[in-house]
Design a protein around this ligand. Structure first.
Ligand code: ADP
Length: 212
């Protein structure tokens, strides 16, 4: 089972921040609708998981790289996933497109394309990364899906510094889940792979989702 932020506070895995540091003053029901989970996103039995794809949406069949989230998702979903991806005509950076989940326990996959990080275009990269989170959430709500699970988009081979990317992820998920469109989504899950990424999320979550 995937613990909610409220449960992580209760377990003291997340420690409240000084209130002066918090970006938001209260969380309301968001603490029961947002989760942090460490493990493979391919194991989650949810309505939708997000894939950090590339623009062709066919990257996973070109690179034999199961260490990347794209490769892991395609390996677990089976060959029908790439067949459906071929019909989508790619995806722009910052946008998101939905497919079925095939052999995954997740019903759907939302493929989003994160920016390749470049220190010379930080502002543009930040906008595009925020757009990935927003568009994925919008697609989820438009299809009346109850859950969305995110990997840490762009922070692997695309090189986005994890702390900066995490601030964007937390901000966009917080804003959308608190909005009217987001109220349909029962659960948003941040999925982390490494211990280091987990620690960064645990430290930054209290700024965006404070304990009331
Ligand atoms: P990008 O190309 O967008 O940088 P990557 O796949 O290289 O995407 O990495 C995105 C994040 O996904 C990284 O934090 C990586 O450690 C993580 N990751 C890799 N495999 C999995 C998996 N099976 N489940 C969840 N996250 C994963």
């Amino acid at each position: 089972d995937v613990p909610t932020l409220r449960q992580l506070y209760q377990l003291k895995q997340i420690v409240p921040a000084a209130t002066s540091a918090a970006k938001y003053k209260s969380s309301g029901n968001l603490l029961d609708r947002v989760s942090l989970y460490q493990g493979t996103i391919t194991g989650l039995e949810v309505d939708s998981i997000v894939n950090a794809a590339n623009r062709s949406l066919l990257g996973a069949c070109k690179l034999n790289t199961r260490a990347l989230v794209d490769g892991a998702i395609h390996a677990a979903a089976g060959p029908e996933l790439v067949e459906e991806c071929r019909t989508l005509d790619g995806c722009n950076v910052g946008d998101a497109k939905i497919t079925r989940g095939y052999e995954l326990p997740s019903k759907h996959v939302i493929h989003t394309v994160g920016p390749v990080y470049s220190a010379s275009g930080v502002g543009r990269c930040a906008e595009l990364l925020a757009s990935c989170y927003r568009r994925s959430l919008e697609v989820t709500a438009q299809h009346n899906l109850r859950h969305i699970a995110f990997p840490s988009i762009s922070t692997g081979v695309y090189g986005y510094p994890v702390e900066a990317a995490t601030l964007i992820a937390l901000e966009e998920v917080r804003k959308f889940m608190a909005s009217e469109d987001g109220s349909k989504i029962k659960r948003a899950i941040f999925v982390v792979w490494s211990n280091q990424d987990k620690e960064i999320y645990e430290q930054l979550i209290p700024l965006y989702f404070p304990l009331d």
